[in-house]
Design a binder for this molecule. Structure first.
Ligand SMILES: NC(=O)c1ccc[n+]([C@@H]2O[C@H](COP(=O)([O-])OP(=O)(O)OC[C@H]3O[C@@H](n4cnc5c(N)ncnc54)[C@H](O)[C@@H]3O)[C@@H](O)[C@H]2O)c1
Ligand SMILES: [Zn+2]
Length: 361
């Protein structure tokens, strides 16, 4: 068997990243009295057969299926998980295996951590966004009362196993959504990664394996220094302050866009703001905008939407004393956090986005 590209033990979590990662995680699965797998309808169909094949003769004591809908990271689906765990006789010696995208790993982690005061869980992310972002870092939870991630816990899986084999069945929109987080990762902290991503449109990528390992490793590095997001972890929010508002805006209009599409739009606006505050070179600024535009079409926003977007930003739980605190780019590959930005600059950045401009226009 080929070796995976990375095996990391960073207490309390160990990470196996790369090709053949699932097969290499098998030994740990045997240590538990009972094993349950949490899937959604899509990962039940596409990922569970692959997973079962890779773990060989290890017995699974129950499959728990939730619906596949990104709006279903909620308490009702969590109750489904708790009910099934009870029905299957899960106890403290049981393991919950979260096999899915960010919804499954966020909700499954929360359900496991609260069932009988906590049972162990392992994350096997199957979406690109899950592999490079959601499954790593110990944030678990649910959307509640119309607010994203309103209820949740910081709690870590015992293992995160990232195997790109699952991407074969992921649809292109979802792949692109995860790609936005990879671009973000390059922009905020890894110029090498950015360099590898800039020459290609996401559809031209052949070697997902090493790009995923590089991105996931960056996230692991950040969160182990700042688990509870008191400082450096905040740089991961680059593109997300305006991005989340854009995501909510389209959701409220009944025309949902993916998280990655919203973050891509947010990154264009927040690169504009960064360039105003830190005086970027025009070539660097244009390069960033060009690469994002090469992969993501600009969303249809209107000047009349801007006030509403700014209002939405004010509801963000990261806002402090009514002030917008942004994570911005100091330069390509280096981000800073807790930077106050006024409403006018935010407004200008969205106009810049709407007008489809770059620096030399
Ligand atoms: N915990 C964190 O730090 C963190 C970070 C970022 C995002 N998130 C959360 O993650 C969620 C979004 O994650 P996501 O984009 O993975 O969404 P998702 O879990 O809804 O998955 C996207 C879609 O792809 C399907 N899918 C997943 N893997 C597949 C595969 N291999 N083959 C076929 N279909 C597959 C899913 O069924 C779903 O329909 C959001 O709820 C977000 O809040 C959490
Ligand atoms: Zn994100």
């Amino acid at each position: 068997m080929k070796k995976p590209q990375l095996v990391w033990d960073i207490k309390p979590v160990s990470y196996i990243l790369g090709k053949d990662a699932v097969s290499l995680s098998v030994k740990r699965l045997k240590e538990f009295g009972k094993r349950f797998v949490l899937v959604d309808e899509n990962t039940f169909e596409h990922c569970l057969p692959v997973f079962k094949n890779l773990i060989g003769d290890i017995e699974i004591d129950g499959i728990i299926k939730i619906s596949a809908n990104s709006n279903n990271k909620n308490i009702e689906e969590t109750i489904v998980v708790w009910d099934k765990l009870s029905e299957f006789g899960a106890d403290r010696d049981s393991l919950l295996i979260n096999l899915g995208g960010g919804v499954v790993t966020d909700l499954g982690g929360f359900a496991a951590a609260t069932f009988k005061r906590g049972i162990s869980f392992i994350n096997y992310p199957t979406s690109l966004l899950g592999m490079v972002d959601a499954a790593i870092g110990g944030k678990t939870g649910l959307d509640f009362s119309g607010i994203k991630n309103q209820v949740g816990l910081f709690t870590n899986p015992i293992k995160v196993v990232i195997d790109p084999i699952f991407l074969k069945t992921l649809d292109q929109n979802q792949l692109l959504s995860g790609y936005a987080e990879m671009l973000k990762c390059g922009l905020i902290m890894d110029r090498d990664l950015w360099g590898s991503l800039t020459t290609l449109n996401y559809q031209q990528v052949n070697d997902w394996d090493s790009l995923i390992v590089q991105s996931a490793r960056n996230k692991v590095d950040i969160v182990r220094h700042d688990t509870h997001e008191k400082g450096i972890r905040k740089i991961l929010n680059f593109g997300h302050t305006i991005g989340h508002a854009i995501e909510s805006h389209f959701l409220n209009k009944g025309q949902p866009i993916t998280h990655g599409e919203a973050v891509a739009a947010g990154m264009i606006c927040e690169t504009y703001i960064s360039s105003k505050i830190y005086e970027f070179e025009c070539t660097q600024f244009n390069e960033i905008i060009k690469v994002i535009d090469m992969n993501f079409k600009r969303q249809e926003l209107k000047n009349e939407d801007i006030d509403y977007l700014i209002d939405l930003m004010k509801q963000d739980k990261k806002i402090k004393e009514g002030k917008h605190n942004f994570s911005l780019l100091r330069k390509l590959g280096k981000a800073v956090h807790d930077i106050e930005v006024d409403d006018n600059t935010i407004r200008e950045s969205i106009i810049f986005y709407i007008e489809g401009k770059n620096c030399t226009d």
